[in-house]
Design a protein around this ligand. Structure first.
Ligand SMILES: [Zn+2]
Length: 426
């Protein structure tokens, strides 16, 4: 985060520039930003290092189903002896014995159009190339090249508009689907997406993009999330502890991941909430002890938290149901399942997010849905409002380091908020 360190010192100066000296500094800084941006942009379009050698003819072949190393090498004019030696070296020196169709690429390099192949590059991932080079003695040698991964930060922000779900607003803000799913999973610990999402709420997400040789390869991890929930701004930051654990924490270093999830099924809509209601089948009013989530028949149901299954059975009302005991006096219950997940029975230890069964309409139910209950110390509580214990708060030592990182991340967020196209390195 070298660049961000600089920004940390300079940013307040931009914001409070009131005199000539500050304005001069401002222009110097803008110039610096532009130079860095151009330098970074230049990286993106610069040809890869492997193309640096002059007067080299290159042919790139994407490995397809049915291709073998032998077939591809022979097609490029390599002799049986060459093929044999290259295959043996790849196997013993690089632990590669098979090419992967639709994944691996081979680049064949020659000094001239009619010259024999003198270098082969096996591109097995954006981060790993294997160079196979013909030596003076006509023998071959291999070299594994780890491609340096450049990580840049990207900030996307948006606002909830009329009729939006968080998914719709997040997609409109340009958050890629995979990143958005991670954000949703994290926010699900804090936000009831059915009731806490209102028009005008703002959100922002900071995430990584990975580059190799100046080209974007993939999106990386979510680094920070901010969401203006009804009860205040929810913030989450990614942090790696001294012990090497990676987690998400609020601005004070308390674990953002909670013992239980309010909404076990992602993006499901609440069809009946906690409290008194007229029962759709029984016809009289009685307390609804849980929350109903509408979801398609067969939708997998993940456990809301880690725990032990204390009951898996059938009940006339609940139909197929699973009850799980968690820490802190909490239990959860999932009803009307079409079927149970294999291997999940009474006594099974389950992880948070582990699939325990599938949505159905067994028992007293008018259509496929998940009936979800949370019981705290023997009393039914409203899953949408109950406070959950954090399971991963930072100790003092980690907290100190977390605060330093959090400030750097906040600086990066501010900077990308003002200059969205800036290349900020992590
Ligand atoms: Zn229900």
């Amino acid at each position: 985060m070298d660049f961000m360190k600089n920004a940390k010192i300079t940013l307040p100066n931009i914001l409070t520039a009131h005199n000539i000296a500050s304005i001069t500094l401002l222009f110097a800084l803008l110039l610096l930003f532009v130079v860095i941006a151009i330098a970074m942009a230049d990286r993106r379009i610069s040809p890869g290092t492997r193309r640096a050698a002059a007067n080299t003819c290159e042919t790139t072949v994407a490995v397809q189903s049915g291709d073998t190393l032998s077939k591809l090498l022979t097609a490029q004019g390599l002799s049986g002896t060459d093929v044999h030696e290259i295959a043996a070296r790849l196997k013993h020196e690089c632990q590669i014995s098979l090419l992967r169709a639709d994944a691996d690429q081979l680049v064949f390099a020659r000094t001239a159009e009619s010259a024999p192949v003198d270098k082969i590059i096996l591109i097995s991932s954006p981060w790993k190339h294997i160079e196979i080079t013909r030596g003076e003695d006509m023998g071959w040698s291999t070299k594994i090249i780890d491609i340096e991964r450049d990580t840049y930060l990207v900030r996307k922000s948006g606002e909830i508009e009329e009729g939006d779900s968080f998914y719709v607003a997040g997609t409109r803000a340009g958050i890629p689907p995979g990143v958005l799913a991670d954000v949703y999973n994290l926010l699900a610990f804090e936000i009831d997406f059915e009731r806490d999402v209102r028009v005008g709420q703002e959100f922002s997400v900071l995430y990584e993009e990975y580059f190799a040789d100046g080209e974007k390869v993939s999106n990386g991890a979510v680094i920070a999330i901010s969401f203006d929930a009804l009860r205040g701004n929810v913030k989450m930051y990614r942090f790696k502890t001294n012990e090497g654990r990676v987690g998400y924490y609020d601005e004070n270093g308390n674990g953002a991941v909670k013992a239980l999830k309010r909404t076990p099924i992602n993006n499901a809509r609440v069809s009946s909430s906690f409290g008194n209601r007229r029962h759709p089948i029984l016809g009289f009013t009685r307390a609804h002890k849980g929350v109903d989530f509408r979801a398609a028949h067969g939708t997998p149901i993940p456990s809301a938290g880690a725990g032990r299954v204390i009951r898996r059975g059938f009940d006339n009302g609940y139909g197929n149901f699973v009850r799980i005991r968690h820490g802190g006096g909490f239990e959860t219950l999932y009803a009307h399942m079409s079927k149970f997940a294999p291997g999940v029975g009474t006594g099974t230890q389950v992880r948070q997010g582990q699939i325990i069964g599938y949505v159905g309409s067994t028992g007293l139910s008018t259509g496929p849905h998940l009936h979800y209950e949370i019981i705290k110390n023997g009393v039914h509580v409203n899953p949408m409002t109950v406070k959950f214990p954090a399971i991963d708060n930072l100790n003092e030592e980690n907290k100190q380091e977390f605060i330093v990182l959090r400030e750097k991340i906040d600086d990066a967020k501010r900077m990308l908020g003002e200059y969205p196209n800036l290349f900020v390195k992590m």
